[in-house]
Structure formats: structure tokens, C-alpha cells
Write a protein that binds this ligand. Structure first.
Ligand code: C2E
Ligand code: MG
Ligand code: MG
Length: 735
């Protein structure tokens, strides 16, 4: 891109060199016009000058002609040849008169030396002498003298004896006699001084006109050249240069003209257009990348890093203004299920709709982000607790109300956890972590959607972290053992199998409940080796029993997710020598939902080995009929919560009845978990449930304590006698 820009730039520079050449050419042409025009003007003015001189000369000649004839006439008119005075007076008067009526002409007569001498000797001294060089030269050479000095024409015409007016007979004899002159001899001269002011005035007028014409013509030529230069080259080039600079300065909405021209400027404009479009694409991509770095592309909400930055700012401003900042961690409860059931497009649609809902009507200081998956985090800066309560209610309502996605009405449910600055945490990161803890607390509580952070949660989280570390070495250190809880026929009390239950004796904490440590082992992956150890140990121990009693082993969702689980089970069975018919694997519905197709595939392979599969804790989770339909379970284990509530809540009893009826219709035995009292036993029996497990029959015990049962039992493999014979009857009774 940079190369492209540089090449364009250099082309522009090259072009501007050419443009300056063109400019020089234009100037040269203009100068040429000036020279030609000036030459023409000078020629015209010279001709004008010549005409002025000619006119002045003509005026001088006419004046001298007149003087000559007046001179001749006045001489001829005198009384006697010796009486010149009158004639001279006439002549002088005429000349004076003439000068008066002709403003710019002055006339006089000069006499040659012979006449002067004659006059001096014989007459008064009234003869005019030569006035200047011109007169003198004319008298000496006998030729007409003419010169122009300072705008004045001086002309002197000699009077030559025998020529012109002096040729008159009367004059000739008189001059020859009295002054001793000869033919052809200069006797004097007529002289005229013509002031050329009128001619010069005309000249000036003409000169000014000529100069003005030249000036305006030149100006017009230059203007035309500049106009053409500007229109053809300078303007489009200037526009291109401006566009290029604007592009270089980051503007993209640059208008580029001239791309339809067939010349090089057109080429450059087209190149610049391509460059601009490329740059726009690049900028769009950069903007997109920037957006991706800051926002969640699907929902348009801020992503984690943007949220954290904003939260940091809010925390700082809250600290400065003595305010509080609440962070609400939000996690959907059934997102995975919705995704699995309706597909990812619906799942995505749900997230988008939720994002729209939570951002609707956000106030100042409130913001929401998506951290990923179905995890949202909201924050608010506030002063009064009521403000926070209102915000929490708003977020809760937005998350919990059913939502329509592509004609489907979905109720994803959500858990919200609230942590507050500065009471619950002092930093933005800690605030988010604590809101998360509170959210998990809400998730674990079936009766609450919103959990508030408490310092004890931190303790719990720390404890979980510590346990997670300890779990990694627990197996190696032999801290696990198995307890077995019997499974009985409700009717006869006969034992037909045992459930293996894992026990962990922590070196410091002592006995840790599996409900507590198994989720931790699932989180850190330790459940895989631990689960395998449980399976191997249970199979090995049961294989040593002197009966065919069934052994039930719990499988975690993580184990079910292993591709080679069926092979592992097969190997362990071979290794321990336990008959597959004696092994029952318990899995919960949650484990199947995680990856239904894969889980069901694995279960089918396990079943193909001859191992039976029980659905554990049915009724507690999804309780989906679809799950029951999708896989032929060998047993349904009814969750203990229903049994405990059966006495008090009629709904629980109704559910118990429904589950038993489902089992009957599918021809799958139902085992009731957690039977603790005789009442519960009687109730179950009256509802047609034939199998049970619970403290009423026996608590989970170490294998050693089972010795006499496992040694003496006569129960047949897999099925209690009572079920084979009595199920139809009891169920009929229940119905
Ligand atoms: P579960 O598979 O539903 O096991 C039955 C639980 O109910 C056992 O709790 C058992 O002690 C308890 N129980 C049975 N009868 C009664 C009764 O009458 N009253 C009361 N209050 N409780 C009764 P336990 O051993 O604490 O195990 C809890 C859960 O931990 C198990 O529930 C199972 O989900 C899990 N678990 C235990 N051992 C393993 C294991 O080896 N692997 C896996 N993945 N999970 C295990
Ligand atoms: Mg179980
Ligand atoms: Mg159970």
C-alpha cells in the first residue's frame, strides 16, 4: 500500500515537472507575444514620428514660401532701391503677424555677409544676423538646413541670387549693381522655427493607444494561457494532489475526479481511486479487527477486556466520589440444554435477544458485557442501595422472562451473583471474581436466582482450590476407599446388589463428602484416574464375593465423555474376572445431556458388553422423557429428594407415582433412593415401587463389614426375586 502511494506520489511529482515545463512554455509564448507586439508598436510609433516631422517640415516650408513671397513683394513695392526701411518694416510686421496667428511657428530672415556689410555701410543696422549654427551653415553651404532639437524643427532656406524669388529681374540688377553679387551666390536666408507641440500631442495620443493595445493584448494572451494551463493541467493536478494528501492524512471519503480522462492525469486519478478503495477496505478490516478486539461480535456487547477497562474506570471514579460499584455475574442455567436440543443457531439467537434485553434502558454508569458462552457480566456505579436493587431486578427480569427465538418460546433461566466495591472487593478483577463466586452460590441454590457475595464464599473457593491440589495426590497416597450400600427388595427386604460409593479420607480434614470433592475432581480432570480406580476396585472386590450380587458403580459425565470408556470397562472386567452381568453403571441425565449422541453411543457399546446401565437421580435434573426414550436403561433410580418430601408434599407423591408408572410402561424397574423410614417404605410399596436403597436398609459400609452378606447371600444376578414375580401385581395395585 505504501509502495503504491509512493509511486503515485512520484508520478504526481513527475507530472508537476511537466506541468512547470508547460508553464515555462506558456510564459515563453507570452513573452513572444510581448516582443512582437512591442516591435509592431515601435514601428507604428516610428512611422508616426516620421509623419510628425514631415508635417512640421511642410509647415516650415509653407511658412518659408510665404516669407519669400512677402520679402520679394515688399522689396519690389518700396519707393526707391535705397529705401529699404519701409520694406523691412513691412516684412517684420508680416513675420510678427504670422507668428501671432501661428502659435507654433516663428519666422525670421538672416542676411549674408555682403548684404550685412552693405547694410552696415549704407544703411541703419536693422538687418537680422544669423541666429545659430543652422542659419550659419545654410549661409555657408547654400543648402537648406533642417534640424529637430527638443521637439522643435528648425529650417533655414538660403536665398541664392538668381534662384527662386531672388531670380526676379528687378532684384538681380539691383543686387548685382549695388552689392556686387553674382548669380548663384548666397545673399541671406529665410528661417523658421516650428514648435511641433501639436504633432507631438498627436504622437503621444497615438503612442498611448498603441501601448495600451499592446499591454491589453499581451495581458489577454497571458490570461488565456494561464486559463488554459489551469483548466487543462493545474486544476485537475491540484485536485489530485489534494486528494492524495487527504488520503495520506487518513481521510477516506475523498472525492477523486478526472478518472474519465484519457490522458495521464486520468491514469493517475484511476490509480488513486483504486488506492483509495484498497485503503477503505483495509481501514474497514482494521476497524473490524479493532471491533473484534473490543466487542463480542455476536451480541455487540463489550468483551471481557473492554469491560474490565471500563470497570477499572468506574471503580476509580467511585473511589473519588465516595460511591459504590456493583458487578453482577450472570450465567444461564439451561443454555447448554437449549443448544443441544434446538441447535446452535437458536442458542446464538437466544444470546443476541438477551443481549438486546439487558442493554435496553441502561442508565449512566451501567454497562453489560459478554465474557463468553452463556456468561454475561453487568456493572453499575451507584450511591443508594435502592438504585442497586432496581438494577438487579432489571437484570434478573431481563434474564428470566421467557424469550421468543425463531418461533420458539424459551426459558433459559439464569443465576446472578452480586459483588460490590468497596465492601466486597477493592479491585476490578477481584470484584468480578467475587461476583462469579456469588453467581455459583446462586446456581447451587434451587430457590434463588440471585446470590450476594459473602466473605465465606471466598473461603470456600480457597478451600476448593486447596482440595483440588490435594486431590491430585490422593489416589497415589491411598486416601480413597470404597463403601458399599445395599440395594433391597422393598417387599422382602432381600439384598440384590450394592452401590459402590467413594470415600476420601483427607489427611487433615478427615472424611470429605463425595458430593463436595467429586465436582472438584471433575473440574481438574482427576476424576478420570479416580473413576477408573473405583471401577477396578469395585469389580475386583465384587469378583471375590461368594455370590452373584450386582455391583453398581457411579460414572461421571467426564468419564462418559471419554471415547474409549467401553474398552476400558471391558478391560477391567477381563482383568478382574467379574461377569459383565453383575456390573451396573450409574449415570445421571446431566452426563448424557452434555454430549447426547456421543454419550448414548458409548452407553450402547457398554450395554453390548452385557453390562447394565442405570439412570441415577431421576427427577432431580432434566427428567426428560426424551432421555428415557433415547436409551434402553436397565433401571431408573428415583432421586431421594422425592422420597424425603413424600410425607409432606402431595406433589412429590404424585411425581413418585408418575416415575413408577413411566418405569412400568417402559418395563424398566424403578429403585427409590434415600429410603430412611418405615413410612417411606410402606408408601413406596403402596405406589408399586419394588426396589429401594437407603439408611432404612443399611448405610454405605466398608467391604469388610459386608463379609457375612456377601458370603451368604443367595440372591440371583441382577434381578431381585420379588421383582420378577411381583412387579405386575404391585403396579396393577398402584394403578
Ligand atoms: P448417588 O449415586 O445418588 O449415591 C447415593 C447417595 O445417597 C450416597 O451419598 C449415599 O450415601 C446417600 N444415601 C443413600 N441412602 C441414603 C439415606 O437413606 N439417607 C441419606 N441422607 N443419604 C442416603 P454419598 O456416598 O455421599 O454420595 C453422593 C454422591 O456422590 C453419589 O450420589 C454420587 O453421585 C457421587 N459419588 C459417590 N461415589 C462416586 C464415585 O465413585 N464416582 C462418581 N462419579 N460419583 C460418586
Ligand atoms: Mg449413584
Ligand atoms: Mg443417586
Amino acid at each position: 500500500m505504501v509502495k503504491y502511494y509512493n509511486s503515485l506520489k512520484s508520478r504526481l511529482i513527475r507530472h508537476s515537472t511537466r506541468q512547470s515545463m508547460f508553464r515555462s512554455l506558456a510564459i515563453a509564448i507570452s513573452l513572444g507575444v510581448i516582443v512582437v507586439q512591442t516591435a509592431a508598436m515601435t514601428g507604428n510609433l516610428n512611422a508616426e514620428t516620421a509623419a510628425v516631422e514631415q508635417a512640421a517640415t511642410k509647415r516650415a516650408e509653407a511658412s518659408l514660401d510665404m516669407l519669400a513671397s512677402v520679402h520679394t513683394q515688399s522689396m519690389l513695392n518700396r519707393k526707391g532701391t535705397d529705401d529699404n526701411d519701409g520694406a523691412i518694416a513691412t516684412l517684420n510686421g508680416t513675420m510678427e503677424q504670422f507668428s501671432k496667428s501661428n502659435d507654433h511657428v516663428k519666422l525670421w530672415m538672416v542676411m549674408g555677409p555682403k548684404i550685412v556689410a552693405f547694410q552696415k555701410a549704407n544703411r541703419q543696422n536693422e538687418i537680422e544676423l544669423p541666429r545659430d549654427q543652422v542659419d550659419n551653415i545654410a549661409l555657408q553651404t547654400g543648402e537648406v538646413q533642417s534640424t529637430i532639437v527638443k521637439g522643435k524643427l528648425r529650417q533655414t532656406r538660403p536665398i541664392i541670387f538668381g534662384q527662386g524669388a531672388a531670380a526676379a529681374d528687378a532684384c538681380g540688377s539691383c543686387h548685382a549693381d549695388k552689392m556686387g553679387t553674382k548669380l548663384g551666390e548666397v545673399m541671406g536666408a529665410y528661417s523658421a522655427a516650428v514648435d511641433m507641440a501639436p504633432e507631438n500631442a498627436t504622437w503621444w495620443t497615438n503612442a498611448k493607444r498603441e501601448m495600451a493595445t499592446t499591454f491589453f493584448l499581451t495581458l489577454a494572451v497571458i490570461a488565456m494561457m494561464l486559463f488554459l494551463l489551469r483548466q487543462i493541467t493545474l486544476r485537475p493536478l491540484g485536485h489530485l494532489a489534494r486528494s492524495t494528501n487527504q488520503l495520506a492524512n487518513g481521510a477516506l471519503d475523498v472525492e477523486i475526479t478526472g478518472d474519465d480522462r484519457p490522458d495521464e492525469i486520468g491514469d493517475m486519478a484511476r490509480s488513486l481511486k483504486i488506492f483509495r478503495d484498497d485503503l477503505s477496505d483495509k481501514r474497514a478490516l482494521e476497524a473490524q479487527n479493532l471491533y473484534r478486539a473490543q466487542y463480542d461480535e455476536m451480541t455487540g456487547l463489550a468483551n471481557r477486556s473492554t469491560f474490565m477497562q471500563q470497570l477499572q474506570v468506574e471503580v476509580e471514579s467511585a473511589a473519588a466520589q465516595n460511591q459504590q460499584v456493583a458487578v453482577i455475574g450472570i450465567d444461564l442455567n439451561r443454555f447448554k440444554e437449549i443448544n443441544d436440543r434446538h441447535g446452535h443457531a437458536i442458542g446464538d439467537g437466544l444470546l443476541v435477544q438477551l443481549a438486546k434485553r439487558v442493554t435496553r434502558g441502561l442508565d449512566d454508569g451501567e454497562f453489560v458485557s459478554r465474557f463468553g458462552g452463556d456468561e454475561f457480566v453487568a456493572a453499575k456505579r451507584f450511591t443508594l442501595n435502592e438504585e442497586l436493587d432496581e438494577f438487579i431486578d432489571r437484570m434478573e427480569a431481563a434474564m428470566l422472562q421467557p424469550i421468543k427465538v425463531d418461533q420458539l418460546m424459551l426459558t433459559p433461566g439464569a443465576s446472578l451473583g452480586v459483588a460490590i466495591y468497596p465492601s466486597d472487593a477493592e479491585t476490578a478483577a477481584q470484584l468480578v471474581a467475587n461476583a462469579d463466586l456469588a453467581m455459583y452460590r446462586a446456581k447451587a441454590d434451587p430457590n434463588a436466582n440471585v446470590g450476594r457475595y459473602e466473605a465465606a464464599m471466598d473461603e470456600r473457593a480457597r478451600e476448593r482450590r486447596a482440595l483440588s491440589i490435594d486431590l491430585r495426590t490422593a489416589l497415589r497416597n491411598g486416601q480413597f476407599k470404597l463403601h458399599y450400600q445395599q440395594q433391597n427388595s422393598i417387599e422382602t427386604g432381600e439384598i440384590f446388589g450394592y452401590e459402590a460409593l467413594l470415600r476420601w479420607t483427607h489427611p487433615v480434614l478427615g472424611s470429605v463428602a463425595p458430593d463436595y470433592f467429586i465436582p472438584i475432581a471433575e473440574e481438574n480432570g482427576e476424576i478420570i484416574p479416580i473413576g477408573e480406580w473405583v471401577l477396578r476396585t469395585a469389580c475386583a472386590e465384587a469378583a471375590c464375593w461368594n455370590n452373584d450380587m450386582r455391583i453398581a458403580v457411579n460414572l461421571s459425565a467426564i468419564q462418559l465423555g471419554q471415547g474409549d470408556l467401553a474398552r476400558r470397562v471391558h478391560e477391567i472386567l477381563l482383568e478382574t474376572g467379574l461377569s459383565p452381568r453383575r456390573l451396573e453403571l450409574e449415570i445421571t441425565e446431566t452426563a448424557i445431556v452434555a454430549d447426547k449422541d456421543r454419550a448414548l453411543g458409548t452407553l450402547r457399546m457398554i450395554k453390548a458388553l452385557g453390562v447394565s446401565v442405570a439412570l441415577d437421580d431421576f427427577g432431580a435434573g432434566y427428567s426428560s422423557l426424551a432421555t428415557l426414550h433415547a436409551f434402553p436403561f436397565d433401571k431408573i433410580k428415583m432421586d431421594r429428594a422425592f422420597i424425603w418430601e413424600a410425607d409432606k408434599r402431595p406433589e412429590s407423591r404424585a411425581i413418585i407415582r408418575a416415575i413408577i408408572a413411566i418405569g412400568h410402561s417402559l418395563n424398566v424397574p424403578v429403585l427409590a433412593e434415600g429410603v430412611e423410614t418405615e413410612n417411606q417404605r410402606a408408601l413406596l410399596l403402596s405406589e408399586g415401587c419394588l426396589e429401594a436403597q437407603g439408611y432404612l436398609f443399611g448405610k454405605p459400609r466398608p467391604e469388610t463389614e459386608l463379609a457375612h452378606e456377601t458370603a451368604t447371600s443367595v440372591a440371583s444376578t441382577a434381578t431381585p426375586k420379588s421383582r420378577k414375580t411381583k412387579t405386575p401385581k404391585v403396579v396393577r395395585k398402584a394403578a
